[in-house]
Write a protein that binds this ligand. Structure first.
Ligand SMILES: [Fe+2]
Length: 410
């Protein structure tokens, strides 16, 4: 018996060593990838600059990917009017659904082709941007099954000119080279990752988010915080990703609650936090929180930011001494006072997250939502998503994911 445990432990050690070597290689290779940032346009009334940007590139037909709610808003209608005023033919695909599926991408792709469009505007939250990127990937690789584009560097061809206009303050997809899509057949959620998917332009116009419901401000803001923290405590940072992550974390702690309470300037700063967190995690990756939340969203259709917000403090607490150093750096950056030890600083940051969640009225747990019979699949898929790709502070075994599920589901 003892001998079997010894062999298993040795096997686990070797497996983790291989994952770490893989992550080091990916980190080295990342220096060969052109991590260009999109052209960033931020502030009040910046959306009105967008038609001229399209016109400058001699693009005549554009498709806007959005949803039925947003297309009826005055800000959206004005954008369409401004585009038409410059004789840019505008086709609106408003069928965006949360967690866009392969079928939805294909439907939008066919509309894009039928309308002979030449450029894409994603106007919405993470789902609209993921959907537009999915369409872009299919335009670049028309003969490939989208499932075959899963993973890293499978597209390797230019996609159409892509402008992102985020309508939430969390996803950061306007600054990332990833599109997360859902496979209904297999009930999985996974990412396509390729520099080709990096948007050309990101427009952060406060008017676009001004009427965002409070609940969405809270949940998407917590998604931005999760991106920034998971990137920062991971093992694949650069000087730039650290700076962006810390700045985003600071903005969230200073401004998310104010934005939730209706402060427009704070909301505007939250747009920047979401963008900065996107710049950080597209290079430094997310981690075990996202690995689990993606699978829970795929099975129970949970809002992404909400799922992350519930899971984040549990995973950080579980990491324990693995994140003492990085969390102490976050504590110091936030300007917290007190000469306390590294572990105490880490606990203090976790306490601040719990307090923020409480102030934002976000649940402490899923309260029994996760069914026992679903657990094995969720655990396997979360493990598969995290390993070997995510350079997490502590590599989770399937048992670790099981333990987290028990904690978040009480
Ligand atoms: Fe996220």
């Amino acid at each position: 018996m003892c001998y079997i445990i010894k062999i298993r432990k040795k096997g686990d050690f070797m497996k983790k060593l291989i994952y770490r070597i893989y992550q080091k290689i990916m980190y080295g290779l990342s220096y060969l990838i052109p991590f260009k940032e999109p052209m960033l346009i931020q502030g009040d009334n910046t959306l009105q600059k967008l038609p001229a940007i399209i016109k400058e590139r001699a693009l005549k037909n554009v498709m806007i990917v959005t949803d039925d709610f947003l297309k009826k808003t005055p800000v959206f209608k004005k954008l369409v009017k401004d585009l038409q005023a410059l004789h840019i033919d505008t086709y609106i695909y408003s069928g965006t659904e949360p967690n866009p599926s392969i079928e939805l991408i294909l439907e939008a792709y066919h509309y894009y082709k039928e309308s002979t469009c030449e450029a894409l505007i994603a106007y919405g939250g993470g789902s609209a941007m993921d959907l537009a990127k999915g369409v872009g990937a299919k335009v670049a690789r028309p003969n490939k099954d989208i499932r075959k584009l899963r993973g890293t560097l499978k597209i390797r061809k230019k996609i159409p000119f892509l402008i992102c206009v985020p309508s939430t303050v969390g996803t950061g997809s306007e600054a990332t080279l990833a599109a997360v899509i859902s496979d209904i057949k297999t009930r999985e959620k996974y990412a396509l990752m390729d520099p080709a998917l990096m948007p050309d332009v990101a427009v952060l116009d406060t008017d676009v988010v001004a009427s965002l419901p409070k609940k969405l401000i809270a949940e998407t803001g917590m998604d931005a915080l999760t991106h920034a923290i998971e990137a920062y405590i991971g093992h694949s940072n650069t000087k730039k990703t650290k700076e962006k992550a810390l700045s985003a974390i600071q903005i969230v702690f200073n401004d998310l609650l104010l934005a939730y309470q209706g402060d427009r300037d704070a909301l505007s700063r939250m747009q920047l936090a979401a963008y900065q967190a996107g710049v950080a995690f597209t290079r430094a990756y997310v981690g075990n929180v996202h690995a689990l939340s993606h699978q829970l969203s795929a099975v129970y259709h949970l809002p992404h930011g909400y799922a992350n917000a519930v899971i984040l403090p549990y995973v950080l607490t579980y990491y324990d001494h693995h994140i003492d150093k990085s969390m102490a750096e976050i504590y110091d950056y936030l300007g917290y006072q007190g000469k306390i030890s590294g572990p105490e600083k880490s606990n203090q940051v976790i306490e601040s997250i719990l307090q923020l969640k409480k102030d934002l009225n976000i649940d402490d747990s899923f309260g029994g939502l996760i069914k026992k019979e679903d657990e094995p699949k969720i655990i396997i898929q979360a493990f598969k998503e995290a390993n070997p790709l995510y350079p997490v502070p502590q590599i989770f075994e399937k048992n670790d994911f099981k333990a987290i599920i028990r904690l978040v589901n009480h």
